[in-house]
Design a protein around this ligand. Structure first.
Ligand code: G3P
Length: 219
């Protein structure tokens, strides 16, 4: 499963990239606005920080013609860019156009299998299925992820299911259990993936034993 970091903060991208396990970055208009920097410069810096990674950058228009212009502009910035498109009627139409032109897409704000079906049929590279925002309204966001993964396999769609709106490590574990292709998460959640109390206790014991014995690696 691919791991993406969900941020518009280039320092966070740098930190996640240093671990050597990062496959890409997702941004959205809110995250770019929060970064306090320009859209193009931020996205290009992120592309440089994650060589070969897939970097999602989102259109902001909601009519087909303007969305198409924005998508072509954004895609022209860097070959690593994946154009993020909301799951609305002109968005699905746009994904079909971009797919036919060989431009990769990430269909966002997907909450249901019926929406995911439209994205897959339009040729989406990634289908961003949001889970946290569904959990927030007392439903189980992972249900649609599991059903969408099944749908993609059953019908042989090329789209990859990307679990978004990840709020805690359990969402990542559940994404693995569902066979999702990608999970994107804030840096703080990625940092939590490292944590296990038995790791800390075990490491401390190893180091205490080593030091008590006065052992050395060098010299
Ligand atoms: O980038 C899309 C998604 O991951 C946003 O998550 O936490 O704002 O629901 P959240």
């Amino acid at each position: 499963m691919k791991l993406f970091v969900d941020t518009g903060d280039t320092e966070e991208v740098r930190r996640a990239s240093d671990w050597g396990v990062l496959d890409g970055v997702t941004t959205n208009p809110s995250l770019i606005a929060k970064s306090g920097k320009g859209f193009r410069e931020t996205v290009l810096q992120i592309c440089e920080l994650v060589p070969g990674g897939d970097i999602s950058a989102e259109v902001v228009a909601t009519d087909y013609d303007t969305m198409l212009k924005e998508a072509i502009e954004i895609a022209s910035w860097h070959p690593q860019i994946v154009v993020k498109v909301p799951l609305i009627e002109p968005g699905v139409q746009l994904v079909r156009t971009l797919s036919d032109r060989g431009i990769r897409t990430n269909v966002t704000l997907v909450f249901s299998v019926s929406q995911a079906l439209l994205a897959a049929k339009a040729g989406a590279t990634y289908i961003s299925n949001f889970v946290g925002r569904v959990d927030d309204i007392s439903d189980d966001g992972m249900d649609a992820v599991a059903a969408t993964v099944d749908m993609v396999h059953q019908y042989g769609f090329d789209s990859q299911v990307l679990v978004a709106s990840v709020r805690h490590p359990l969402h990542v574990v559940q994404s693995v259990a569902c066979g999702a292709h990608v999970a994107t998460m804030p840096l703080k959640i990625m940092e939590m993936l490292f944590k296990h109390p038995l790791t800390d206790i075990g490491l401390q014991r190893f180091l205490d034993d080593w030091n008590k014995a006065g052992l050395k690696i060098f010299g």
